[in-house]
Write a protein that binds this ligand. Structure first.
Ligand code: ADP
Ligand code: GLC
Length: 562
């Protein structure tokens, strides 16, 4: 435990000194048992003299072992310091397919500012761009038993320390040398059976026993199961686990023999209260939900919704059973990454004071880039999304002809299912100069749309949290959303009488209601521009940062490790 500056008050000083001593004692005990545990636990690689440590000694600057990172010295930092290992399958800017990557980037940073010592464990995919690969430093390697027939696999640890957060990439060519993080279940199931165990074994190997292991989605859901079974006799088992559901739609389901083979987990976890589902399949997420100490999901409303059959994806009963340990904590966005004043992708960066004028400049630049008629008076509706049925695209498809009224333009940025890519392409063809469907993943263009559009459509069928509406608000782009999940929790509907609210909302999943919401937005935009501009200002001033939510996660960690 790093030394901390104690605050001036004598009482607090004494309290903290005690805490520091206790923390030191805890670490000493943990370290001692690490040495014992590693030898006795059959499934965990024997701890050998780490080549990483030799390497670290030879390396002039990096890596810094995170437990040795100096604690930030500000007396305002919340006490006590807590250590957390994040385990997940994607993290911006290394690899991103959706909002999970944004959370894995921003939440650890926000926690680091709240006196948390955070390590993020990720697969070292080959598709991680070369500049990042070059920053990683070899931290060690070992062979790990994995399969039921005793097959062992290499686990390499490549480390990168950045802004107070330590990133440890699990390296294995057999599993992570594909061009993208996810391919198909046949490959993904073994890949993430391996990853969950390798992440724990890597923590053991590095002798880093966190207070809490925070796992994300099905890809890391076996971690609590491994921890309470194969790792039960290791020091790591002192850690508590949190499993966050970012999207219940994806659960990692496959036949029992395959998962039994790839994990070598004991037979008793394959029962209907844990991994087994419908007697024939094993469900990795379900197992994690059973074995973790706390379940969180990314908004309060979604936490309630997933306990109902419609949103529960066949796990509603299981979630109701575990409701006592389920919490909803809404996501935020990183205020530095999403800052319209400093955004290097924008033609005209802006703040609240000059948003009205500068957004027009950005709109004209966007129209020019996308081949739309350049006219700042047109209302531009944006849509930035994975193109899947989750996102309410059927509703959008049903109303595009009604939206294109001569005063409105539509910009779609997304990739995904062929049926949606094709329908949006055909709209672009039918309404050239008015509709642009940019079928790609393009970070820079996303920033330009958030800045240049007037409103953003998020009519999701379900939405655990949703980040695009948060980013839109921060960029003064009014969200038009369906009242579900995090959309309901973060967008307050416009009230024309009180002149309050942040966006336009509708409740039932119905194209007519979406059209009505867009028409209400259009009416305000075209007929009462000053009131529209006030809403833009309210949106830009709304606190959508991680600060608040990170405090909730911190409290949860403290609840588990007082
Ligand atoms: P989900 O995780 O369900 O896809 P979120 O709203 O939580 O939805 O997060 C989506 C993230 O991905 C946002 O940061 C959004 O800007 C980004 N995004 C989605 N599609 C694209 C795209 N085609 N190009 C660039 N960024 C995209
Ligand atoms: C998932 C959800 C999305 C959420 C994101 C980050 O991908 O679909 O609603 O914002 O995870 O938690």
């Amino acid at each position: 435990m790093p030394a901390r500056k104690t605050p001036a008050a004598a009482e607090e000083t004494a309290e903290q000194t005690l805490e520091v001593q206790e923390e030191k004692k805890r670490r000493r005990t943990a370290k001692k048992s690490a040495e014992v545990g590693a030898e006795t636990a059959p499934k965990v690689p024997t701890r050998k003299r780490s080549p990483a440590k030799k390497q670290a000694a030879a390396a002039p600057v990096e890596p810094v072992v995170s437990s040795e990172l100096p604690a930030p010295a500000s007396p305002e930092l919340p006490q006590p310091r807590r250590s957390v290992a994040f385990i997940g399958s994607e993290c911006y800017p290394f690899v991103k397919t959706g909002g999970l990557a944004d959370v894995m980037y921003a939440l650890p940073r926000a926690l680091a500012k709240l006196n948390c010592d955070v390590k993020v464990l990720l697969p070292r995919y080959r598709c991680i761009a070369q500049p990042w690969q070059e920053k990683m430093i070899y931290r060690g390697s070992f062979m790990m038993d994995l399969c039921a027939d005793g097959r062992a696999f290499y686990v390499g640890i490549m480390e990168y320390v950045w802004d107070g957060v330590v990133y440890d990439f699990i390296d294995n060519e057999d599993f992570f040398s594909y061009g993208q993080p996810y391919t198909n279940l046949v490959d993904d199931i073994p890949r993430f059976c391996y990853f969950g165990k390798a992440a724990l074994a890597a923590l053991n190997y590095m002798d880093w026993i966190p207070d809490v292991i925070h796992c994300h989605d099905w890809q890391a859901a076996l971690v609590p199961v491994y921890l309470r079974t194969l790792f039960a006799a290791t020091p790591l088992s002192n850690a508590k686990t949190v499993l966050t559901i970012h999207n219940l739609r994806f659960q990692g389901i496959y036949n029992i023999p395959t998962i039994q083979y790839w994990t070598n987990l004991p037979d008793y976890v394959f029962n209907k209260d844990a991994l087994t589902q419908n007697w024939v399949d094993a469900n990795m997420l379900k197992g994690g939900l059973t074995y973790c100490d706390r379940i969180t999901t990314v908004s309060g409303t979604y936490a309630g919704e997933i306990q109902t059959p419609f949103f529960g994806e066949e796990l509603d009963a299981h979630l109701r059973y575990h409701a006592g340990k389920l919490r909803g904590i809404v996501n935020g966005i990183d205020p530095q990454l999403w800052n319209s004043r400093t955004d290097k992708f924008l033609r005209a960066p802006y703040g609240t004071e000059d948003a009205a004028a500068q957004k027009q400049v950005n709109k004209l630049a966007l129209q020019a880039q996308l081949g739309l008629e350049q006219n700042a008076d047109k209302m531009v509706l944006g849509l930035i999304s994975r193109l899947t049925d989750q996102k309410g695209l059927d509703l959008v498809n049903a109303i595009v002809p009604a939206l294109v009224d001569g005063n409105t333009q539509i910009v779609v940025l997304g990739t995904g299912e062929a049926r949606y890519e094709d329908s949006f392409r055909s709209f672009e063809h039918a309404y050239r100069g008015t509709v642009c469907s940019y079928i790609a993943y393009d970070e820079a263009l996303a920033h330009r749309i958030y800045a240049g559009a007037d409103a953003l459509l998020v009519p999701s069928l379900f939405e655990p949290c949703g980040l695009t509406q948060l980013i839109a608000m921060r960029y003064g782009t009014v969200p038009i959303v369906r009242e579900t999940g995090g959309l309901k929790d973060t967008v307050q509907p416009f009230n024309q009488y009180a002149n309050e609210g942040n966006g336009f909302t509708f409740d039932r999943y119905d194209a007519g209601l979406l059209l009505d919401a867009v028409n209400r937005a259009k009416t305000l935009y075209f007929t009462e521009r000053p009131r529209w501009d006030e809403m833009v200002r309210r949106d830009m001033e709304k606190d959508v940062s991680w600060e608040n939510s990170a405090r909730h996660y911190r409290s949860l960690y403290l609840e588990l490790k007082p």
